[in-house]
Design a protein around this ligand. Sequence first.
Ligand code: FMN
Length: 366
Amino acid sequence: MTISRRKALGIISGGTILAAAGGGALFATTRTPTKALAPWAEAGGYSEPRRRALSYAILAPNPHNRQPWQVDLGTDDMVTLYRDKTRDLPHTDPHARQLTIGLGCFLELMVIAASQTGHRVDLDLYPEGEDGPVAHARFSEGAAADPLFAHVMARRSCKEPYEDKPVPAAMVDQLAAHAAIITDPQAVADLRTLTWDAWLVETNTPRTMKESVDLMRFGKAEINANPDGIDLGGAFLETLMLAGVVGREAQLDPQSTGFQEGVRIYEAMLMATPAYAVLTTPGNARTDQIEAGRRWLRLNLMTTSLGLALQPVSQALQEFPEMAEHYATAHRMLAKDGETVQMLGRLGFGPTVDRSPRWPLETRII
Ligand SMILES: Cc1cc2nc3c(=O)[nH]c(=O)nc-3n(C[C@H](O)[C@H](O)[C@H](O)COP(=O)(O)O)c2cc1C
């Protein structure tokens, strides 16, 4: 996430640090983490069908941008997908439910990309049970190109305030095939409150906050070295890092200006939400989670095609004890008895935002 000028000015509202940001234009042009973004430019640049499809699949949305995918290409015409357990999120995602959803997004993106070269992909999920590979994906000839592919390169999780403008009914109708869309003003207001309250719990619980802070990449050098996690880059943020306002220590200290401004910015963002998208599944098996990921990816491509912004807001769905009350509220509000809410997302009109970093495909092949 490159912080916007507006946000950065918010953080440095005291004015003293503003001077340090002078001469920013030249500095700004040098701060893009080009290496960390290279996989976006390299997508599609492979002739072997599996590698070509995978070069897009690694652009899938996934929690905390952990990119928990590992693939084995040892068998002809097959991709064996594993979850890289070194990338787990034990505090905020103790059952790896969200990570599994991210793997569902990856698989669906791979299937859509493969269809562009006429390849059909047959998925066998958890062929050896839950502890084995996530999927065997067999490539063969004979698929029609999926039109959603057109939106793969523009898809984002848009972590910005959205415009004060309703989502038109015609768009809601188009999205209804992909997710439950909530636009009722009272329900939207209740969800704003829930997502904000839940975000505060994650932020004020030291071990869950630390899990996020440990994954923050501060500035271009850190982002290029570890192109995953929560990327905090751009000239303004780097200026704040140089000034000591933003940094690993500050983000762990609730008394610091950097921490408090982060809270203020997040509240404003969560409140600027005109609608929500919700995905539920009847059960909560691994296969349900994969299915939810596949649906989320298609929803995100569809919102992209309509010019809408979408951002998962997962805190109320997290399964750590301090969150139990909000988890129960989310399920009361959004699911029928016995169902699991797999995804909750903000939906609306948002600005165009930057691509997020990715590890190169070669580093994910075992
Ligand atoms: C299961 C899941 C949960 C997520 N939860 C959140 C969240 O709570 N807050 C957020 O800002 N982004 C969330 N994201 C979005 C990721 O942060 C995002 O996909 C990742 O950083 C890559 O960015 P991109 O989607 O723009 O390519 C989630 C994504 C997935 C798949």
